[in-house]
Design a protein around this ligand. Structure first.
Ligand code: RB5
Length: 146
């Protein structure tokens, strides 16, 4: 898969390890930054990753900030994005199975790099369950109408 990766300064410390891991399990990376530990705005990287996903340059996206929350709020402003924060293996599974998330968000200040790697693997490998399609369509309707 082609994966768009983005982080802010809070995620930068684990960026290299995450990217190496994602590549080691057979994926290509589109590196959307940040490129140093200098303080920056998570919004800029959320937007770049989201644009790569909606334009289909990337199959899925990964966003890492301190909590994962700012990244998800910002990315979800882009039409067609379903960015979901996860915090354990179960939520990493459910964001794919139930929510058809196209971006996973995680918090570098609240989880180990090993845990985040395991959530990413689950997110990439877990399939959407069609029985939830009606709700995903309703999310698209909300986007169209508001
Ligand atoms: C940066 O200090 C922090 O606010 C950011 O990484 C993120 O956690 C925001 O949601």
């Amino acid at each position: 898969m082609r994966i768009a990766f983005g982080c802010d300064h809070a995620g930068f410390a684990i960026k290299e390890k995450l990217i190496n891991y994602i590549k080691s399990i057979g994926n290509e990376i589109i590196d959307c930054g940040t490129y140093s530990s200098k303080s920056c705005d998570y919004t800029d990287f959320a937007l770049k990753v989201a644009q790569n996903v909606v334009s289909k340059k990337a199959d899925k996206g990964i966003l890492i900030c301190g909590t994962g929350i700012g990244m998800s709020i910002a990315a979800n402003k882009v039409k067609g994005i379903r960015a979901a924060v996860c915090w354990n293996k179960e939520t990493a599974t459910l964001i794919s199975q139930h929510n058809d998330a196209n971006i996973i968000c995680a918090g570098a200040r609240f989880a180990s790099v090993e845990d985040i790697c395991s959530w990413i693997k689950i997110f990439l490998e877990t399939k959407f369950e069609e029985r939830h399609l009606k709700r995903i369509n309703k999310i698209s309707q909300i986007e169209q109408q508001n």
